[in-house]
Design a protein around this ligand. Sequence first.
Ligand code: ADP
Length: 296
Amino acid sequence: MLTLQHIHKNYANLQALKDVSFSLQPGEVVGLLGPNGAGKSTLMKILTGYLKEWEGEIRYGEQNLRTATKAIQQVTGYLPENNPLYPELYVQEYLQFISELYKIPQPPFIDVLDKVGLTEMKNRKINTLSKGYQQRVGLAAALLHNPEILILDEPTTGLDPNQLIEIRKLIRQLGEEKIVLLSTHILSEVESICDRVIIIRKGEVVADEALESLRKGQQQIVQVEFDYRIETEALAKIPGVNKAVNTFDFNYELYCSKEEDVRPKVFDFAHDNQLKILSLQQKNENLAALFNSLTS
Ligand code: ADP
């Protein structure tokens, strides 16, 4: 277990982290969610041993990060924000370079390339790879020493939808056996990858919850856009819809009980009333409400 207790960090006059405490264990992917400037990268740089000046205590099992920095770094993999690589190097060459730099004995190149789905790209130059594949190179480098803890700073930024799906899947797989902490400022990222979310605002933890408990007891909100105006009273008569609100133009929010997926009924309603649905999505109210209270 990795435990952080009462972490404080100042940059000159700026208090970047205030009394941050939480624990992480293997088998769960934890999302550190907060707007830009909330302190996510600072916390990650502390966890990797890069930043030395901070207050509080961090322990991994029996070891203390201050006294056993090297030992903890040896079991920690880090993907920094913006994934700095050497674009002129070939994939294999880059991984070799990283292994030499960190003096990793017998790096498991074949396994790691296979795990991140890069085997076929190993002889390609990094600057010829797509952003998604470059992200895999960064992950491969972070995995070479078979770390027990993985710290991923905004790992999905800039990926297209297909690349996103694949990287998310990979992160979830890694989370089955490792401690995984990833940072993001995107709510949907947490919903699709994480088992637990820690929300951070202005350096303070404002929420720490399992996604499952956030989903439980919540109300679903279905957001729908039609091509034509419709009375909210009519929308509220769709079975399962408790309330309908016209948010703007032809956009509506339908508040529904959580047991039921009302989207098929919204389609039937549109069909019966000769309306076209221009967009339709369901959102998780508790998490959205938490995040709104955080960013507003
Ligand atoms: P996030 O990763 O959530 O965007 P950061 O940890 O990068 O947030 O930054 C938290 C706060 O600390 C911000 O106000 C940022 O400007 C400030 N900050 C970050 N790094 C430094 C630094 N090296 N020197 C001074 N201020 C910094």
